[in-house]
Write a protein of this length. Structure first.
Length: 51
């Protein structure tokens, strides 16, 4: 979960600011870029089925 937080905390303040949270949710729901910070909202994506 700390990996995800590092991506979502865009300004490095140690907190999710009011503008960072909705921006991340929007990216999670709409972005096709797998490297977009919002796509870390639920954490790292693991391969399925597991190896």
């Amino acid at each position: 979960m700390l990996d995800a937080f590092g991506h979502l905390d865009r300004d490095g303040s140690g907190y999710l600011a009011r503008d960072e949270f909705p921006r991340s949710i929007g990216e999670y729901l709409t972005s096709h870029d797998v490297n977009a910070p919002g796509n870390w909202f639920l954490g790292r994506v693991l391969p399925w089925p597991p190896p």
